[in-house]
Design a protein around this ligand. Structure first.
Ligand code: AMP
Ligand code: ZN
Length: 139
């Protein structure tokens, strides 16, 4: 679904929009600011439409976030967008796991989606976690 405000988005201004609609950049979004280089991050890897960097508060020896360069609020919005973007996010998450040496014996990819799941940053991100035994079920 295209947002009615796409002209505004092109100028990278803050706009009001349906929550599931992709817009290119949101001025007060932390991860948009990391994607644009305004806020520094420890970059691990990147692809055309995605970027991986280390979580500032790691919960495991390896804890990397994989985000879209453009602003999507959550996994649901990326899934609706189609266009192979979710494949690209998952592919980059796996490449990170390989590069970090956690693909064996295993790693976890988590998309916290919505407040009950603990999503605190409203820009889609996959947590790539590994380097220790990870408990199940999660808290
Ligand atoms: P979530 O709670 O699933 O929305 O995950 C947000 C994650 O972003 C948390 O694990 C935070 O530690 C992480 N985070 C917040 N600010 C930064 C930052 N400036 N650089 C890297 N990671 C961050
Ligand atoms: Zn954003």
């Amino acid at each position: 679904m295209r947002c009615r405000n796409s002209g505004e988005h092109a100028r990278k201004t803050i706009v009001r929009c349906e929550p599931d609609v992709k817009i290119s950049s949101v001025a007060d979004c932390l991860f948009c600011q990391i994607a644009s280089g305004l806020i520094p991050a420890a970059k691990v890897m990147e692809s055309n439409r995605a970027l991986a960097f280390r979580d500032i508060n790691p919960q495991a020896p390896t804890h990397v976030l994989v985000i879209t360069r453009e602003h999507y609020p959550d996994l649901a919005a990326v899934a609706r967008a189609g266009d192979g973007l979710l494949d690209e996010l998952a592919g980059l998450a796996h490449q990170v796991a390989e590069a970090e040496g956690i693909d064996e014996p295993g790693y976890r990819v988590v998309f916290n989606t919505g407040p009950q799941a603990g999503q605190t940053v409203g820009h889609v991100h996959a947590h790539v976690l590994g380097g220790r035994a990870l408990g199940w079920p999660p808290g």
